[in-house]
Ligand binder design. Sequence first.
Ligand SMILES: NC(=O)c1ccc[n+]([C@@H]2O[C@H](COP(=O)([O-])OP(=O)(O)OC[C@H]3O[C@@H](n4cnc5c(N)ncnc54)[C@H](O)[C@@H]3O)[C@@H](O)[C@H]2O)c1
Ligand SMILES: O=P(O)(O)OC[C@H](O)CO
Length: 335
Amino acid sequence: MKQPSLHKIAVIGGGSWATALVKILSEQTGNQVRWWLRSQADIDHIRAYHHNPRYLSDVFHSPKKVKVCGKIKDAIRDANYIVLAVPAAYIEEPLQKLKPADFSGKRIVSAIKGMIPEVNLLVTDWMEERFEVPLGDICVIAGPCHAEEVALEKQSYLTIASTNPECAADFAKIITCRYVTAHPLADLYGVEYAAVMKNIVALACGITYGLGYGDNFQAVMVSNAMQEIRRFVTALDPREREMSASAYLGDLLVTAYSQFSRNRLFGNMIGRGYSVKAAQVEMKMVAEGYFATKSIHAINQQLGVSMPITDAVYRILYEGIAPGLVMNELKAQLR
Ligand SMILES: NC(=O)c1ccc[n+]([C@@H]2O[C@H](COP(=O)([O-])OP(=O)(O)OC[C@H]3O[C@@H](n4cnc5c(N)ncnc54)[C@H](O)[C@@H]3O)[C@@H](O)[C@H]2O)c1
Ligand SMILES: O=P(O)(O)OC[C@H](O)CO
């Protein structure tokens, strides 16, 4: 696909990551962004005051570079890239009226670190199945990068993964800006599954902290989790991959340890005795790991990989077993 010099990029989503991506992508002179958000009130606010009232509200969005759209078709019509940044559990709704023809000739970029819960599919596979987008026209944005730090323009790194090296390299160039460096990688599935699974690990870390476990335990759990992710990803897509690279290990570490992690925060509330419902109500943001736990657990019913950490989180969140009891049993399985 020949790349134009002016990149028209549609960003779909109104949360923190979409807001950060709009900021990053509109930094480059050659990029024009059309931004779709679900809430009309938020759209009106951004048009009037040039910042998102709900997420990262200190970030200014230049009206010259960023056009806000209430209709998704207006956002994607002329776009050569469509960036999806809505949590996986809610991505179906904004896209439901679109047809495969609406995506034809466009590249799709998934910024989502989650799975479509009803069908247990990665977002890239789902886009291929549902909208007939060739896998070679899809890439994912991965790597340790919290929206909150992008808002502060702190140096961050992204990995753009695709089965098509050209697609990954092109978008890596487009998203690189003053404070974000992006590199391409050929391992689409490995990166995408690792990004989904690190959220489950962050839940586990949050739960154990909530229960009173400390840094020593967490370091062992994160090490074991890396091995668990490697076993699962290798069973699904066996190939040589450097799991200590930032797209895998780096992303796991930032989510497991950062003060900004949604998943860790959610887990922490569960560990401190909140019910799942209460934790969801309390959080203004979405913890993808909650949905991912069910999907990865379901996929593993067929694979049969040893996954003590995912199993532990599943038992707590979906079988209602007391976190203290489950983590006490997990203790015996870690090395
Ligand atoms: N926040 C980050 O730093 C970050 C970094 C990398 C990747 N991601 C990924 O980006 C994706 C978006 O996450 P986020 O952090 O921007 O989300 P968020 O938690 O900041 O915002 C929640 C988003 O979910 C939408 N939403 C909430 N409830 C909804 C509902 N019932 N129906 C429809 N939409 C609903 C909101 O409109 C909003 O867009 C996730 O897959 C996440 O894993 C986030
Ligand atoms: O760290 P979390 O749980 O907020 O997840 C957000 C991103 O995936 C971090 O790269």
